[in-house]
Design a protein around this ligand. Structure first.
Ligand code: ITT
Length: 191
């Protein structure tokens, strides 16, 4: 197995995965694989949405592939936005609006604990596997930093004083949910 299709339309995720993999194997985004499709994420769990994305691409191509679904789970909001992270404020998936809504909902709340959770769904030779990666941290009060994407400007991972948006990719990878899930996939592939 040399190439896996990564069932995502999010170029930031592709760039991060490539930086994690450092050539362990090649990945092709949907765009690079010539697939123009917006896969729905209608389910109530990250696991079900990730599986839907990889199954859709496997059924279309019959090739080894993987996908991931990530949610930001905020303790004081009972785990929200969670599986709704991409569309927290509205269906148009605007990062800025999602952050505004989250900061508004956390106004006056001192418990800022949160975690990113990634579920990675791999389909290899027609068999399905799931891997999880969790990054605990805190939501800060105002945006800081301009790198990364999504909720990065308001999330400080445990063990750092910086937000993800203040980190270069290799530094984010040291903490990141996505890296942790991918490491599990890589050690599974080595077995
Ligand atoms: P897919 O094509 O892979 O589905 P997506 O952008 O829709 O790409 P998700 O469904 O996994 O991604 O949505 C998760 C949302 O959570 C995403 O839109 C971001 O706002 C946010 N998110 C995911 N990973 C993140 C990260 O590492 N840092 C900050 N925010 C992140």
């Amino acid at each position: 197995m040399n190439t896996l299709i990564f069932a995502t339309n999010n170029q930031h995720k592709v760039d991060e995965m490539r930086s994690v993999l450092q050539g362990s194997f090649d990945i092709l985004s949907l765009k690079e694989a010539g697939i123009d499709i917006d896969i729905p994420e209608p389910h109530a769990t990250l696991e079900a949405n990730a599986t839907e994305k990889s199954r859709t691409i496997f059924e279309l191509t019959n090739k080894d592939c993987f996908s991931e679904d990530t949610g930001l789970e905020v303790a004081a909001l009972n785990g929200e936005p969670g599986v709704k992270s991409a569309r927290y404020a509205a269906d148009d998936r605007r990062f800025e609006d999602n952050i505004d809504k989250l900061l508004f909902n956390l106004q006056g709340i001192t418990n800022r604990k949160a975690r990113f959770r990634t579920i990675l769904s791999l389909i290899l030779e027609g068999k399905e596997y799931l891997f999880e990666g969790i990054c605990p941290g805190n939501i800060i009060i105002t945006r800081t930093g301009s790198k990364g994407f999504g909720y990065d400007p308001i999330f400080v991972p445990d063990g750092s004083e910086k937000t993800f948006a203040e980190m270069d990719m290799p530094e984010k990878n040291k903490f990141s949910h996505r890296q942790k899930a991918m490491e599990k996939l890589l050690s599974f592939l080595k077995k």
